[in-house]
Design a binder for this molecule. Structure first.
Ligand code: NOJ
Length: 517
């Protein structure tokens, strides 16, 4: 192990909180900061080291906080700066670091910088944003916003278009302007001085625009947008969409594609970079519904299999709130139930402008809509899952009667306790954090198998991504006869002596007794 292997965040696990949906302390139906503080022991029990907090800054909430109107103030619905300080102190007391979500590709159009900028071309803030004159009386380029429609909106006062890669209420900042950079560094220091340990930089890959020497911007090839980001790769999130058609064009996952993609990142970054390991976040559907089986028979088993497959790879694992309970997608009957701006805009364009059938569009929303991740956290079996005593801003999934934190903590073999064991194993076995990764059985259509190894230890991970038992081609695997069980999603007593099959959705990891050459 060299000194760069010793950095604390490599052996850490990050837990992402989407504050609006985590825990409501005052009954207004909206999760808030005191609510988070009240649940820190849940994270401690799980073994979390770092909390990634989705935006809590002042915002008009066009995109649920990803449109910031004041970077140095807390959103009123979430609480006060004193509440924030108390939450941070609570995390420090429990040995957890806080990573804030920082959105600086764009601000809200209600940020004071933009109010000033749009008032006149001579305003000192005008050059904080990206402006272009109309071309032939129209938008200057063909760029489409990630939330449907043109990425340009006309501003009467200056007679120009401004750029917004997301909604018109999210104007893009001009990173070519040194004053913008200085402002961002300054506000980062504001939070660092409070004790925040780091930032998750939202769509940081988008801050650089393809400027031409004459100050104009080129047209883009016509492809559907996605959030693609190098340090936090999104490649494996696109494999169940039809290539080039955007996330809503559904396609069944072909497991060898997933193996190839994740393995490319595992091997490509080994010794050179560091992976973020995730299945879920606030933009993605729930993984057990997406790649597992969220029906009653296999929900828990497949959720544990997916967790095992991910957490034993090289990188820093991320757990998105509720993932540790095996929370599932929702399938609401019509668009009025949905709140997400991306989903609602897509539905309007698809049904009204492109003439697609509402049923077909809803099927895509059920599979991929961001509200799947945003239904409130399920704490108990009580009304609204114990998330709020009021009316939740987004409906709680009905299955909170049996999928909830209280039940999961009480059940020794729950999904929660499986995650807890996985987090603990990474602390116990450095090979799981730093060891080299080797893909096994690359072409197998249903089994994801790999080896982790360092000078002292080897670990074999076997995961069945199907609801049928799978026979293992033993000649293509390391010799498992003397292997020692490390973790699995079936009781060790049920593991066959000769492990030549995997049960439906089964996951098993073994330590090999030998020292590799
Ligand atoms: C990426 C965030 O993850 C997403 O939730 C948000 O809508 C966009 N950036 C715009 O800020």
């Amino acid at each position: 192990m060299n000194s760069s292997d010793q950095v604390w965040w490599k052996s850490s696990t990050v837990y992402q909180i989407y504050p609006r949906s985590f825990c409501d302390s005052n009954g207004d139906g909206i999760g808030d900061i005191p609510g988070i503080t009240s649940k820190l022991d849940h994270l401690k029990t799980l073994g979390v080291d770092v909390v990634w907090l989705s935006p809590v800054y002042e915002s008009p909430n066009d995109d649920n906080g990803y449109d910031i109107s004041n970077y140095r103030a807390i959103m009123g619905e979430f609480g006060t700066m004193a509440d924030f300080d108390a939450m941070l102190a609570g995390m420090s007391e429990r040995g957890m670091a806080l990573m804030m979500d920082l959105v600086v590709n764009h601000t809200s159009d209600e940020h004071e910088w933009f109010r000033q900028a749009r008032s006149s071309r001579d305003n000192p803030y005008h050059d904080y944003y990206i402006w272009q004159a109309p071309v032939d009386g129209r938008e200057p380029t063909n760029w489409e916003s990630a939330f449907s429609g043109s990425a340009w909106t006309f501003n009467e006062a200056t007679g120009e278009y401004y750029l917004h890669m997301f909604s018109p209420k999210q104007p893009d900042l001009n990173w070519e302007n040194p004053k913008v950079r200085a402002e961002v560094y300054d506000l980062m220091h504001f939070w660092f001085k409070k004790g925040v340990r780091g930032f998750r930089m939202d769509v940081i890959n988008l801050i650089s625009k393809p400027w031409r020497a004459d100050g104009s911007l080129p047209d883009a090839p016509v492809v559907q947008q996605g959030f693609l980001q190098p340090a936090f790769e999104f490649e494996h999130m696109d494999l169940d969409s039809q290539p080039g058609k955007g996330k809503w064009a559904l396609k069944a996952l072909h497991l060898p594609d997933l193996k190839a993609s994740l393995s490319r990142w595992q091997n490509g970054l080994h010794g050179r970079g560091w992976n973020s390991l995730y299945w879920n976040n606030h933009d993605q559907p729930r993984i057990v519904s997406r790649l597992g089986d969220d029906g009653p028979q296999y929900r828990e088993r497949s959720a544990k299999m997916l967790a095992t497959c991910l957490h034993l790879m090289q990188g820093t694992p991320y757990v998105y709130q509720g993932e540790e309970l095996g929370m599932t997608n929702v399938a609401w009957p019509d668009i009025t139930h949905y709140q997400d701006i991306e989903t609602r805009n897509m539905y309007r364009v698809a049904t009204q402008e492109k003439g697609q059938s509402p049923d077909k569009v809803l099927r895509s929303i059920h599979a991929k809509g961001r509200d799947n991740a945003r239904t409130p956290m399920q704490w108990t079996a009580q009304a609204h899952g114990g998330f709020t005593t009021g009316r939740p801003w987004l409906a709680v999934n009905k299955n909170h009667d049996h999928i909830n934190a209280e039940a999961a903590l009480a059940q020794p073999d729950s999904v929660f306790h499986h995650y807890r064991q996985l987090l603990a194993l990474r602390k116990q076995w450095p090979v799981l954090v730093h060891g080299r990764y080797t893909l096994l059985l690359p072409a197998h259509p249903h089994v994801f198998a790999y080896l982790r190894s360092d000078e002292q230890h080897s670990v074999v991970v076997l995961c069945n991504f199907s609801g049928q038992f799978q026979r293992l081609p033993l000649t293509e695997l390391p010799d498992l006869r003397a292997a020692i069980p490390l973790i699995g999603n079936l009781p060790f007593e049920e593991w066959p002596m000769a492990p030549d099959t995997l049960a439906s959705w089964e996951a098993r990891a073994y330590r090999l007794p030998h020292t590799p050459a």
